[in-house]
Ligand binder design. Structure first.
Ligand SMILES: [Zn+2]
Length: 358
């Protein structure tokens, strides 16, 4: 039921990473732009990450007023979560889970009295949306939004290029048609969905898509899949083998018996299926060793669902994010010992397709 409820609630939002893990699709399929190229001339030393990350967020809250309901906004009429609460709680969880390193700021909040435009130009009106909602059918297809139209409407290329904003959070109702995350800008790559092509913003930026029917746990899950996509790109592959740090971090017992570390967003160390965060079996895991990365000793302990909240999605995702490495310096493999800068702002780092600096 958990899976069914989650998938239904997310509408068309994708959980691609978990799907790929369970269907055996290669996660190493994505090409790197430098793959196979001859040795390049030496380039300048990559920058150290800043002492703290303070990304500036533009939040576009598609939450129209509903006629005949006293001017209430859609989330109130349908009894869904307050978008301000969700945004504040998610920012707080990211700050807490990163030990204060990630301190997101809402640079601007726009309440939009409309629904987002879809790929074929369709927009719900409050009346047509409420009819589908009450009937439980009749939802428009294709469901996906027109990201390029949103980017143009709000001048996002210029605003990102000028450094006014670093990323965009879309809030919306079920069937808003958002991906959980997507990336735009020069050399944008897969970020739990294919990139938005043809956006001349000078810098990469991520557009998150949140559903205010859902909770903070699902927002963290969206961030988790963003992290999975970006780190897979940074390390060049993602497979259940102990061949590099990202692969080792995400091992879980089902795919690597006896070698579980922290697992991934869908799979805790002992999970047998997607979203199985409440599994009460015990497995050995190196999960706490990762709190001291890169000084891994290989020490293990027995873990079970009680370690990450007993099945609560939000608690599991915070547990997982707390273990994401955030030490200074670079490892022998050349990657940052702190993975948060990659996840939050890929621009300074060539290994995350950045072109350097802001
Ligand atoms: Zn998911």
């Amino acid at each position: 039921m958990m899976r069914r409820a989650l998938l239904e609630g997310l509408g068309r939002l994708l959980c691609v990473a978990g799907l790929a893990r369970t269907t055996g699709i290669s996660l190493a399929a994505e090409g790197r732009p430098d793959g196979g190229a001859p040795a390049a001339a030496p380039r300048a030393a990559p920058p150290d990450p800043p002492p703290r990350l303070r990304p500036k967020i533009l939040l576009l809250n598609y939450d129209p007023r509903v006629p005949g309901e006293g001017g209430k906004r859609l989330h109130e009429v349908c009894g869904w979560s307050d978008p301000h609460y969700l945004a504040d709680a998610c920012i707080g969880d990211l700050k807490d889970a990163s030990g204060g390193y990630v301190d997101c700021r809402i640079a601007e909040w726009k309440d939009i009295d409309a629904f987002p435009v879809k790929k074929d130009g369709f927009r719900y009106t409050a009346e047509s949306y409420m009819k589908c909602y009450r009937d439980g059918k009749g939802w428009h297809q294709p469901d996906g939004v027109d990201y390029t139209a949103i980017i143009k409407e709000f001048g996002l290329e210029r605003r990102v290029a000028a450094g006014e904003i670093d990323e965009v959070w879309l809030m919306g109702a079920p069937y808003a048609g958002y991906y959980e995350s997507t990336m735009a800008g020069p050399n944008a790559y897969f970020c739990n969905s294919g990139p938005v092509e043809g956006i001349d913003s000078k810098r990469l930026f991520v557009i998150m898509g949140f559903n205010y029917e859902r909770g903070v746990g699902e927002m963290l899950e969206d961030f988790g899949h963003r992290a999975e996509s970006i780190l897979r790109h940074v390390y060049g592959s993602w497979e259940p083998k102990p061949t590099h740090a990202w692969n080792r971090f995400t091992l879980y017992d089902k795919v690597a018996p006896g070698q579980a570390a922290c697992g991934n967003v869908h799979f805790a160390p002992n999970s047998q299926g997607d979203y199985d965060w409440g599994n009460k079996s015990f497995v050995e895991s190196t999960c706490d060793d990762w709190l001291d990365y890169p000084n891994l000793t290989g020490r293990k302990r027995l873990v079970t669902a009680g370690d990450w909240g007993g099945g609560d999605c939000r608690a599991h995702h915070k547990w997982w994010f707390r273990r994401l490495p955030r030490a200074p310096g670079r490892a022998a493999d050349g990657k940052l010992n702190n993975w948060w800068p990659y996840v939050i702002d890929p621009n300074p780092y060539p290994e995350s397709n950045g072109t350097g600096g802001k």
